[in-house]
Design a protein around this ligand. Structure first.
Ligand SMILES: Cc1cc2nc3c(=O)[nH]c(=O)nc-3n(C[C@H](O)[C@H](O)[C@H](O)COP(=O)(O)OP(=O)(O)OC[C@H]3O[C@@H](n4cnc5c(N)ncnc54)[C@H](O)[C@@H]3O)c2cc1C
Length: 619
């Protein structure tokens, strides 16, 4: 039976609203509830400091309405007022790519180049945001978006930038104990919730990706599903066959890349709907889509079971993800980037203390500084003119225009046709092809990890809930920050995944749009109710009091999340050099195109490589 709001502690006074958490509260001289301080150690009272804001973050209220007005409603804006500011470069978007573009521009055109970076959010970093909580004199960091560095994929360009910023991924690996929730004393865990499965049930030492069939059978025996589904699952996990037998290499590839994983589970694994649905949201974090939208190859690549049906002995590939982490994800990378461009923002900062560095946001946009970063500014037009580019943006309801020699579009590609209506039609179509995948990362600061420790878990997979995964975010001791895995006390729980579209939506892009619409329509209370339901059902039996032990909630919505990297089932063959991202990222006069979208790949290093290319194209 659904828990009432009272049972879930929905009325509890937590630090959850936007804009009351830093300047607002402090300016009003109000105390902050539950001992969670607002900007805490990170800034003096009244300072503008977005990382401590809680409530709806990521794509926060106020960040996207102007762009949506332009793109979805064809809204026009007042004639812009020309500012008395001239730049060599205007960058649209202060994500990793936009910040990298500013870096490469200075390398190419000199340190005296005047650069303005315009960003529609109230904080810089794009997807790479940090959530900062303060509790009893301690700062606890968590991911607001982009997680980690896949250093083994870095190009020499990206490696050079990392070296410039002093980032040492070997050291980061040495200082990492975090294991995405799989490193609890009792191993990985599955949690079945009462709303979906009729009872709350935690199974420790169990994972849908289990590599040992005997252990898997013991787990499945405990699944609160029908006997028929249990039998099918046990048969699936124990069978050994090779459906590729007799197929040539080419045929095998066509099969693995051309068959939906869930069809494979049905047709060859003998599973029916009830059992298949256990896998629905298993790829929300990794791929940002439903499992039904992925091929066999894509699912097996990330460790879902199936190898044993392909002539291999193992059910799945076991492995820890070896990526390098800062304690706020790649927010530390963007903070280092900003510091390199605008040193006054945090004097004395380096890669060894970046996580703890105090950033003074009043320094970001100072007249006379060679690089200026302007937040809360949504670009609505960029037009080539004789002397360069005229860029119009909306800030605080005002339409303003600046001129520059060059402009790099480091924003989402899908908005560019609306900013540059004079682009060739083929380029606009190619840009609109890029529909990003919605992602959701909700951080809940809890009073202590006692209940998790008692259960011996560091995280769970939740096949029936909105967030498919939850993990404790601690055990990353880099950038001067220490939160050892063994530490007790307040800890952020990261609820991670996406939002499922309705089952009857078939086309991938329709699924992504439906998921995005749902994500934006849900209120903070909807997300709060969701995480409280999980916490009560999962941790309640171990002594967690959902009314007392939830200290703060930050919902990071990313309706435009991962760049589309051309999933097998949805991607036709394009003529050489004419894939949508290649057409989309062609230069247009004095305007060039960066962002991870330009590489059709949702990776930090791709965002940097594309920035480098975009700057080299400027003459
Ligand atoms: C939750 C999440 C987790 C991720 N995890 C990883 C990971 O672990 N590893 C990894 O490599 N990648 C990860 N990614 C992918 C991530 O997208 C890239 O790593 C990288 O951050 C992309 O940087 P970017 O600068 O290209 O784009 P973005 O970060 O999207 O930056 C573009 C910026 O432009 C702004 N903008 C858009 N339109 C306008 C406008 N009209 N005016 C002004 N500004 C505008 C946007 O708001 C945004 O701030 C993750 C993404 C998400 C959302």
């Amino acid at each position: 039976m659904k828990k009432s709001d009272r049972e879930l502690g929905m009325g509890q006074d937590i630090t959850r609203r936007d804009f009351i958490h830093d300047a607002g509260l402090a300016a009003l001289g109000l105390s902050v509830p539950l001992g969670v301080t607002a900007s805490g150690d990170s800034g003096s009272a009244g300072q503008y400091y977005p990382p401590t804001r809680t409530g709806l973050r990521g794509s926060h209220p106020g960040a996207f309405e102007t762009a949506h007005g332009l793109a979805l409603e064809g809204r026009s804006f007042a004639t812009p007022r020309d500012l008395d500011e001239e730049y060599d470069l205007v960058v649209v978007g202060a994500g990793i790519s936009g910040l990298a573009a500013a870096h490469y521009y200075r390398a190419k055109f000199g340190k005296n180049a005047r650069i303005l970076i315009l960003e529609n959010h109230d904080d810089f970093g794009g997807h790479a945001k940090r959530n900062e909580f303060h509790q009893g004199g301690q700062m606890r960091l968590s991911l607001g978006g982009t997680h980690n560095l896949e250093y083994w994929k870095f190009s020499s360009t990206v490696k050079a930038m990392m070296d410039d910023l002093g980032i040492d991924t070997d050291k980061m690996l040495r200082d990492k104990e975090f294991g995405y929730g799989r490193n609890g004393r009792n191993g990985p865990a599955l949690w079945f919730d009462a709303d979906t499965y009729g009872q709350d049930k935690l199974l420790t030492g169990c994972s849908l990706n289990e590599t040992d069939s005997e252990r898997m059978v013991a787990c499945v025996d405990e699944f609160p599903v029908s006997q028929m589904a249990r039998d099918q699952l046990k048969h699936f996990y124990t069978m050994r066959t090779n459906v590729l037998e007799g197929k040539s290499e080419e045929q095998a590839r066509a099969f693995l890349e051309g068959t939906a994983y869930t069809d494979f589970l049905r047709r060859y694994g003998g599973l029916e709907d009830e059992a298949v649905h256990l896998f629905d949201n298993a790829n929300h974090g990794g791929w940002g889509v439903e499992s039904r939208s992925l091929s066999i190859a894509e699912c097996i690549e990330v460790g879902l079971p199936g190898l044993h049906l392909l002539g291999k002995s193992s059910l799945a590939e076991e492995g820890q993800y070896p990526a390098a982490f800062f304690p706020d994800g790649n927010a530390s990378l963007t903070r280092l980037q900003v510091h390199a461009l605008i040193p006054a923002v945090a004097p004395g900062t380096n890669a060894d203390n970046i996580a703890m560095a105090k950033f003074d946001y009043t320094r970001l946009d100072r007249p006379g500084a060679p690089v200026r970063l302007r937040l809360n500014s949504t670009v609505v037009n960029a037009t080539n003119i004789d002397s360069g580019v005229a860029v119009t943006y909306i800030n605080n309801g005002q339409s303003l225009r600046v001129k520059a020699r060059h402009c790099v579009m480091a924003c989402y590609h899908v908005i560019i046709p609306h900013l540059c209506p004079e682009l060739p039609e083929a380029q606009k179509t190619a840009q609109k092809y890029q529909v990003k995948r919605p992602l959701l990362l909700t951080n809940v600061l809890i009073r202590s990890s006692d209940a998790m420790d008692k259960l011996g878990i560091a995280g769970v997979r939740c096949p029936g809930r909105m967030h498919g995964n939850m993990f404790m975010f601690k055990g990353i001791n880099t950038g001067g920050y220490r939160h050892k895995f063994a530490d007790t006390g307040p800890v952020p729980l990261a609820f991670w995944g996406s939002i499922s579209p309705p089952q009857n939506v078939v086309d991938l892009k329709d699924q992504l749009r439906a998921s995005r619409a749902k994500m934006l329509a849900l209120t903070f209370e909807d997300y709060e109710r969701e995480v409280r339901t999980v916490l009560k059902g999962l941790l309640g039996p171990a002594g967690f009091d959902v009314k007392r032990d939830v200290l703060a909630i930050t919902v990071n919505r990313w309706p435009h999340g991962y760049s589309d990297d051309y999933l097998h089932l949805w991607t036709p063959e394009w003529p050489e050099g004419n894939a949508p991202h290649e057409i989309a990222s062609r230069p247009f006069g004095n305007i060039t195109m960066a962002n991870a979208d330009a590489g059709a790949n949702a990776y930090t290093h791709v965002a940097i490589d594309e920035a480098y290319r975009a700057v080299q194209e400027l003459v």
